[in-house]
Every structure is written in C-alpha cells, then in structure tokens.
Design a protein around this ligand. Structure first.
Ligand code: CTP
Length: 404
C-alpha cells in the first residue's frame, strides 16, 4: 500500500458488470468531493453498461480494462494495487465475489484485486436469488473472515423486477463506508468499520434466593472501555453485560443479563451475527444447584452450606463454534500469569488471551488502569501499565493480526 502522509487518499474503484454499474459514476464523484483521488478498473461486462470514456472523463485518468494495454505502464495491476489506499468494488457481482473468494485472476479487475494489499470495501448488487445462493453466501462469509468489508446490499425492488435483498447500497452509504475505512473526519482511523464485535463484561450474579446471590469483584470497566473504543473505530458493537453501575457507551447495543447461564445463552445467540467475540466478563464458575424461589428465613431454613454446580464455559463454547472467526478471552490470575494464560489459550481454543494479574493494584478489579500481556500462538506481548482506553485500543489493534 502506498505511503499517504500529506496527500489525498487514493481509491481504486473496481466496476463490475451489473445494471447498477452507472451508480459507480456517482460513487466516484462522491469520493472526489470528499477529497479522494480515484482511478478506475473495469471488467469487460461493466463496459457494456457504462463506457470507459465516462470514467476517464470523471477520474481524469486512464481506465484499466486490460492487463496488456494501459497507458504508461506495462503492469497496470501491480501499479494500481500499489497506488491504492483502498479498493472499492461497485457493484460487486456474484461472479467477482466468487473470484475474490477463490483468488481467481483472469482479467484486469480480478488480477488487480488479487494484487491489492490495501483494505477492500465490497458493495454487492445483484438479483435476490443470486445473492441468497448458497455459493454467494459462502463467498461472502469467506471474504468477511479474511477482512474484506461490505456495505449493503439492501432490500427493495431490484432492476429485474424481483423484490428482496441484493440492492446496491446507496451512493452515500458506499462513500461514507469508504471514507470511514480511509480514516474518519476527526482523523481517527475507522479501521474496524464493518466488523461486528460481541463483548461480554462485568460480573454475573448467581442467585441463592430472590434477594441473595454469589458475585465477584468485577466492575465491567475493561469490557465497557473496549466497547467504547471499538465503536469509535467504526465497529458495530453488541455488549452483553452482567450487573454493573456503568453507562452504556454511545452507539453500543446493550443486552442486560444477570446470571452466568443468561450470559451464556445471550452470547451464543448474539455470536451468530458477529465476526469477533471478546470475553471480558468475570463469569461465575459455580452457581447454586437449587436456588430457593422465596427468601430463606434464617430461623426456619438454615443455610449452613450451599450446593454448587459448575457453570458452562462461555469462552470455550464460542470457540467450539467459531469457525474462522476470532475469539478473545481474558485470564484473571494472581500467580503464574503467563503459564495459566497459555494453558487457557490452548484448553479453550481461543485466538488470543489477555492476561492480567489481578493481585497488582494497577490491574486489579475496579482499577482505571491495566497491565496486560497479550498471549497468542505467536507468543507473548507484555504491555506497559496503561489507562483502560489505551489498553482497549492496543487489544483492538492486535485483532488486526488475527486475520480479522
Ligand atoms: N469464562 C467464560 N465462562 C465461564 C468462565 C470463564 O466465558 N464460565 C471466560 C472469561 O470471560 C475469560 C476466560 O474464560 O475470558 C478465563 O476466565 P478465568 O476466570 O480467568 O478462568 P476460568 O476459566 O474460570 O479458569 P480458572 O478458574 O481455572 O482460572
């Protein structure tokens, strides 16, 4: 990817052969208005819908349609791929999505996309049956897992007359998603745009009777800080939270739970629509086997002991169904931090364990700082003591190395 300091962002617009190809002209204009420099690569089918002359006039640059005939360069696919900060595919046809998913490079557009190391934003536009076809769905999932970002498609009346999903996202949505990937208006990088992030946070309460429970010292601060940082960086965030005193960060979807069992069910259900899960909650490991349905009266019903049963392990159960998705766990330890974290990484099947020593004042429950080590199959990265928002950002940046 080209170095970008002090110049306009470079967007490579990859136009495919769908009826919505004409909308790519408006996307080009929208990107230019936002200060981007745009170059175009087209498929032969796209040329049937909109001529190269239109894109050449709008972009002020030659349009790449062939690997062998591009003014000024004998290797246009490499030159354009290295030039681009972002590739935007509009409208992405089922065929081009399939080629991207399989790494097929049999024309100028697909070869250029294969050569791109920059982020890619795909805006599908096709017939509802083509979009819903199992092959397209599988390609969509494959591309998402590899970090390709999608905008749309929406639902509505399609060019063919069918009604349903497959409608190209609006020009405004595509431009906004592209700009978000290039960096927000405030200069902050929206590098998690299009990522659906699921987080659990806080303690759980395990009922003994309707007024008594077993809990732990978690405040939820770390998980809430991750949720806030992720939204700022463009992610779509769902926060499954046990009982805490914290306000839900703006832009975060919030699911309230109380017990470990409720958190387990909510996390497993929400994970179906997520790309990444971060298990930050201090989930109770044990819960009363027979919670009373009425307040126990000490003079009448003695409570000398409580029979406990183990709760289900949310992190392990998410890892069991994650497929190519990324799942991150925490390890709260008081001794042998790294060894315990490595053991949890392996036993639970997580991609990353964030290990913190809760016996230290700077990383204990309730602190506004944390000192963590990021433990993955690649090794151990010990971070300094930092405020929670900085720890959250460091963790989210690390996700980029987990094939997000
Ligand atoms: N975790 C979970 N469900 C549980 C218990 C733990 O999802 N029932 C998750 C935590 O959210 C955390 C990770 O597992 O991401 C490790 O939690 P921790 O309490 O450190 O470890 P445990 O699995 O409870 O193991 P141990 O008691 O041996 O430390």
């Amino acid at each position: 990817m080209s170095e970008r300091s002090g110049r306009a962002p470079h967007v490579l617009l990859a136009v495919c052969g769908g009826i919505a190809a004409y909308k790519a002209c408006e996307v080009l204009r929208g990107l230019q208005k936002a200060g981007c420099e745009v170059r175009v690569v087209m498929t032969a089918d796209a040329e049937r819908f909109v001529g190269t002359v239109t894109f050449e006039a709008l972009s002020g640059a030659p349009v790449a349609t062939s690997l062998y005939d591009y003014p000024g360069s004998p290797i246009p696919h490499i030159e354009l791929a290295e030039w681009a900060d972002l590739a935007v595919v509009v409208p992405a046809t089922g065929n081009v999505m399939a080629k991207m998913a399989c790494g097929i490079a049999d024309d100028c557009l697909s070869t250029t996309l294969l050569a791109c190391a920059c982020p890619a934003l795909v805006a599908p536009g096709m017939n509802v049956h083509m979009w819903c076809n199992a092959a397209t769905r599988a390609n969509f999932e494959t591309l998402r897992e590899r970090g390709v970002r999608f905008v749309g498609p929406g639902s509505g009346r399609l060019a063919c007359g069918d009604v349903g999903e497959g409608k190209l996202a609006s020009v405004e949505e595509i431009v906004a998603a592209a700009l978000a990937l290039l960096g927000g208006e405030d200069g902050s990088k929206k590098d998690l745009t299009g990522v659906r992030l699921l987080i659990d946070a806080g303690p759980t309460h395990e009922a003994i009777d309707p007024v008594r429970y077993i809990a732990n010292a978690s405040t939820g601060k770390m998980g809430y800080a991750i949720a806030e940082a992720a939204v700022r960086r463009g992610a779509e965030v769902t926060l499954v939270s046990g009982p805490t005193a914290l306000a839900t960060p703006e832009g975060v979807r919030h699911v309230d739970v109380v017990s470990a069992a409720e958190m387990h069910d909510a996390m497993l259900a929400e994970f179906e629509g997520a790309d990444v899960a971060i298990c930050c909650a201090a989930v109770a490991d044990y819960t009363p086997a027979h919670p009373a349905d009425h307040k126990l009266k000490k003079g009448v019903e003695r409570l000398d002991s409580i029979e406990l049963v183990q709760t289900a392990d949310i992190l392990a159960d998410l890892c069991a169904v994650k497929g190519g998705r990324v799942v991150v766990g925490f390890a709260a330890e008081t001794n042998d931090l790294i060894a315990h974290a490595q053991e949890k990484l392996e036993r639970k099947g997580a991609d990353l364990i964030v290990a913190n020593d809760v016996s230290r004042p700077e990383s204990t429950f309730g602190a506004d700082t944390n000192r963590v080590a990021l433990v993955s199959a690649d090794g151990v990265e010990q971070l300094d003591t930092m405020p929670l928002p900085a720890v959250a950002d460091a963790l989210l940046s690390k996700l980029g190395t987990c094939h997000l």
